[in-house]
Design a binder for this molecule. Structure first.
Ligand code: B16
Ligand code: MG
Length: 227
């Protein structure tokens, strides 16, 4: 296994828990459309783009709306979401994340965001994470949604790293697939029985160091296939 030179981080579910705010905003949207929407539905929308998420709700309700109406609903959902994340502070950064990112910097390992969210920059700023990132790649820069590897391919371009020198951190099945398709090492944040395709799964960053995780990755011995 070559030395790791770059790390690409998903935002929601990896660095911060914004899924709870997406849930509140999508629930209100679904209620207004008369479509049932619960935590399980929200789980399926992790890592899915804003438009993809609304399409899921419309499909569930068997609703066919005009593009004009869809745009209005997307704007209203995002305005609600922006009000909710507007009060975020560094206290909402998930346990161990700041220490882990600082440790990467000390080791000279480059850091990029790789998120589907078009609001990622705002959230990183609110949580005072932005100065730790060498590059930010998010929903504003990508045409394709995860599991397409575009977001991580762009992250590697920005950091000038090769797939076999790069680790992707993701909490969503689609995100792990995207990292694997990009040819990177993948570390899942969550449950091993859910994130089966990841090279390694951990519950979070608390008490973890980059070197301990990279050593565990080496032990998995999984060959990477560059897509
Ligand atoms: P926005 P991630 C994703 O973030 C969220 O998991 C997903 O629920 C959301 O729909 C998507 O961002 C788009 O977010 O509406 O802010 O553009 O997990 O890829 O960091
Ligand atoms: Mg996520």
């Amino acid at each position: 296994m070559p030395e790791i030179r770059a790390c690409l981080f998903d935002l929601d579910g990896v660095l911060v828990d914004t899924a709870k705010y997406h849930f509140i905003a999508w629930k209100q949207t679904a209620d207004s459309l008369g479509v049932p929407f619960d935590e399980q539905d929200n789980e399926l929308l992790k890592g899915v783009s804003r438009r993809g998420s609304l399409d899921y709700i419309l499909n569930k309700g068997n609703l066919h709306l005009s593009e004009e109406r869809i745009e209005l609903i997307l704007d209203a959902k995002n305005s609600h979401y922006l009000r909710l994340v507007g009060d975020m502070t560094p206290d909402e950064v998930l346990p161990g994340v700041f220490d882990f990112l600082h440790a990467l910097k000390l080791e000279g390992i480059k850091i990029s965001l790789g998120s589907a969210s078009k609001n990622a920059q705002l959230i990183l700023d609110k949580c005072e994470l932005s100065p730790l990132f060498d590059a930010i790649v998010d929903g504003r820069h990508c045409t394709h949604s995860k599991p397409h590897p575009e977001v991580f391919e762009r992250g590697m371009q920005a950091l000038n790293s090769k797939p076999t020198e790069t680790v992707v951190f993701e909490d969503a099945i689609n995100g792990i697939s995207a990292g694997n398709y990009a040819g990177c090492y993948t570390i899942g944040i969550g449950e091993p029985d859910v994130l089966k395709e990841a090279d390694l799964v951990v519950s979070g960053f608390a008490d973890k160091t980059p070197q301990s995780l990279f050593a565990q990755l080496k032990k998995t011995g999984k060959p990477k296939i560059i897509a």
